[in-house]
Write a protein that binds this ligand. Structure first.
Ligand SMILES: NC(=O)c1ccc[n+]([C@@H]2O[C@H](COP(=O)([O-])OP(=O)(O)OC[C@H]3O[C@@H](n4cnc5c(N)ncnc54)[C@H](OP(=O)(O)O)[C@@H]3O)[C@@H](O)[C@H]2O)c1
Length: 362
């Protein structure tokens, strides 16, 4: 792991070529396995289609979706990802960077724009192609590293709370897993929606969760929120460790449980919990809802507005170099990440950005 450190304006390295083709460095995988399967390789630069934007990636960040794709677990996901190996070899979805080129039909971006996005074609690389409809302008007040921490986690939090939980001002909202990548955004977004926010985390993260705006914190190593006697209008469950019946016990009579996480066997993983929640919901007074994030430029724009208004700030635990992505992924897979884990491409592009501080909401 490399700590973030102040940096100057690195030289843009000369483009590598092979047989006349331009090459770039990327993290690729050619089989499903542990994070050791991730390799730093020179591969052909992507070429944008008519509706694509070619982005020089300055930073990316890791998400559990990347880990599912690396490991090929739960196995059921291979039906979508690719049966023997991922169809898309380059890992990563979150990115922040600068537009290098645009396809012929692109109208809203031009070379030199600073942007961020969730993409489906790989972001742990020096260059990435992003469909125009998924790309958003980077919040002006964030570094590339901070911006790369945002898309998947913040949009998951926004959609989970606003659309699935239908959080209203004044409601009591509990975020279970408040110290993680999604949870640190969820606490801030729930507060911005006007909720009275309780965060659940372990002892070492109590201060962090309070610092990002939770009104109350429950330390799960000392107290079980399902047995505290408190009732919540909305529970956003990012830890997935309590039985659904126990979560229902902590809801008001007409409260909503947003199920976004779960643990299960290697074949179905969290899907069993999702199916149980959906099957049970019609028969109880409460709503048991499942949340699966969809990439959305308009939702990313909504997050940008919250960030530029100062209501939401990414919290980052650690920043790794591209070559150390496998280590970053191991860290995430342990399920005890504190806020977001970022991959920096420093040295690949002539970026001039202030450094981020570790594990803090700036
Ligand atoms: N449905 C979707 O669309 C969607 C999208 C994104 C993510 N997710 C899921 O959401 C979950 C959270 O994602 P993430 O990126 O925030 O994960 P993360 O960054 O790995 O964070 C996990 C956090 O959970 C905390 N935690 C671990 N055990 C806990 C427990 N028993 N009670 C409360 N907190 C606990 C950890 O804190 P401590 O170290 O203090 O234990 C850690 O801060 C994952 O399961 C992920 O797969 C779902």
């Amino acid at each position: 792991m490399s700590n973030t450190a102040p940096h100057g304006r690195p030289e843009t390295p000369p483009a590598r070529t092979r047989g006349g083709d331009r090459m770039m460095r990327a993290i690729v995988q050619h089989a499903y396995a542990t994070s050791d399967v991730l390799r730093l390789q020179d591969i052909d630069e992507p070429s944008p289609g008519p509706h694509d934007v070619l982005v020089g990636v300055h930073a990316a960040s890791v998400n559990h979706g990347d880990w599912f794709t690396t490991s090929g677990r739960p196995y059921v996901m291979r039906a979508v990802l690719g049966i023997r190996k991922p169809r898309v070899a380059v890992r990563g979805r979150d990115l922040a960077g600068r537009v290098e080129a645009v396809g012929a039909a692109v109208t809203q971006f031009r070379p030199g724009d600073d942007v961020y996005a969730e993409t489906t074609t790989g972001s742990f690389a020096e260059l990435a192609c992003v469909p125009e409809h998924l790309l958003a302008l980077k919040p002006a007040n964030l570094t590339f590293e901070q911006a790369a921490a945002v898309p998947v986690a913040a949009v998951t939090a926004l959609q989970g709370l606003r659309d699935v939980g239908e959080v209203q001002p004044g409601q009591a909202v509990l975020i279970n897993g408040a110290s993680g990548g999604v949870g640190t955004f969820a606490v801030q977004i729930a507060k911005a929606l006007g909720a009275d926010v309780t965060g659940v985390c372990s002892t070492r993260n109590v201060e962090l969760v309070l610092s990002i705006g939770a009104g109350h914190v429950i330390d799960y190593t000392r107290e079980d929120f399902t047995r505290s006697g408190q009732r919540y209008d909305v529970i956003f469950d990012l830890a997935g460790r309590h039985p659904l019946a126990a979560c229902r016990g902590a809801l008001t009579r007409t409260g909503t449980l947003v199920v976004a996480s779960g643990h299960g066997g290697p074949v179905f993983g969290p899907l069993g919990r999702y199916v149980r929640a959906l099957a049970w919901s019609p028969f109880v007074t409460q709503r048991l809802r499942v949340h699966a994030t969809k990439p959305s430029r308009s939702d990313l724009d909504a997050v940008t507005a919250l960030i530029e208004a100062g209501a939401v700030t990414p919290a980052i635990e650690a920043t790794y170099e591209l070559a150390d992505t496998a280590e970053a992924m191991r860290h995430l897979a342990e399920e005890h990440a504190r806020a977001k884990i970022v991959i920096s491409m420093r040295g690949s592009h002539a970026a001039s950005q202030p450094s981020t501080k570790e594990t803090q909401n700036e």
